[in-house]
Design a protein around this ligand. Structure first.
Ligand SMILES: NC(=O)c1ccc[n+]([C@@H]2O[C@H](COP(=O)([O-])OP(=O)(O)OC[C@H]3O[C@@H](n4cnc5c(N)ncnc54)[C@H](OP(=O)(O)O)[C@@H]3O)[C@@H](O)[C@H]2O)c1
Length: 251
């Protein structure tokens, strides 16, 4: 993906990684459309950052996805990059009943959401001479954090989905890029913004922008901090990675 000159739709950019990346991509010379459920926050973001576009979207809702995607492609026909950022992370206890509603909510947001977004936008994207779908997995796609089983599973699924659709789209104009964040200081989980274990948001986004700029053909965007989790199995120290990850207090 080129670092500038794109029209980029980021559902899930009202806060955290999505908002930080939206601002940096806007500054780098892209047209950026920020999406999310919190309409008042979207209005504030638009007021604070002239030139940034916004759209209300709930990626757990098929009708909302359809309406928002139609609006984005009508108002921004040049839209050529989708960053499927929206995600939630919740702790679950699978040793007893009561986790099902949470598990279903996570699957609907983190896995069905990106699938439905791609379904809504793929025909638009394949019409563009140069397009990108950026998926957002996690270091936890490659090593499990004990307290978040469904989250880990959805991110592993996003990794395999990205690998798979990249093969199918190889002869089209659409590139598939997977962003694999390590722990980053955002509001994703309670206490995470103050976590000593997580990476500062600005440092993470700086590194991501450098990687996009210097490796425009990369299929996976990996900051240095994620490689401990990402390559545990390849290094042959997966058991150590899992033990270390789960001994650390993530907050
Ligand atoms: N921070 C980390 O440590 C980390 C690590 C690995 C991967 N990630 C991934 O990075 C992505 C962004 O997370 P973050 O850390 O930046 O957390 P965040 O600050 O909580 O941001 C989550 C974003 O997703 C949006 N969102 C959630 N549910 C949505 C829905 N149903 N419809 C539309 N938008 C929705 C939120 O917007 P609204 O609330 O306004 O809808 C918000 O903009 C997630 O996919 C997460 O899994 C984060």
């Amino acid at each position: 993906m080129n670092i500038s000159g794109n029209t980029i739709f980021i559902p899930g950019a009202t806060s955290g990684i999505g908002l930080a990346l939206a601002l940096r991509l806007h500054d780098a010379g892209n047209t950026v459309i920020v999406g999310g459920r919190r309409t008042a926050l979207l209005e504030q973001i638009a007021a604070d950052h002239p030139g940034l576009h916004t759209v209300t979207i709930d990626t757990t809702d098929v009708a909302s996805i359809q309406t928002a995607c139609e609006r984005v492609t009508a108002q921004h026909p040049s839209m050529n990059v989708l960053i499927a950022m929206a995600g939630i992370m919740r702790a679950e206890d699978w040793t007893t009943g009561g986790f099902l509603a949470t598990a279903e909510e996570i699957v609907t947001t983190n896995l069905l959401g990106p699938i439905r977004l791609v379904a809504a936008l793929i025909d638009h994207l394949t019409d563009k001479p140069d397009a990108t779908i950026m998926t957002v997995s996690s270091g936890l796609a490659f090593a499990p954090l004990k307290v978040t089983p469904t989250y880990n599973a959805t991110k592993a699924a996003i990794h395999m989905l990205s690998e798979s659709i990249r093969l199918q789209l190889a002869d089209t104009s659409v590139r598939v890029v997977e962003l694999e964040p390590p722990a980053v200081r955002t509001a994703l989980m309670p206490g995470q913004e103050e976590s000593a274990f997580a990476m500062p948001l600005d440092a993470f986004v700086d590194e991501v922008m450098t990687l996009i700029e210097t490796q425009p053909d990369a299929t996976e965007i990996q900051v240095e901090n994620v490689k401990f989790l990402r390559y545990g199995e390849a290094r042959g120290d997966y058991d150590n990675v899992v033990a270390t990850l789960n001994q650390l207090d993530p907050h």
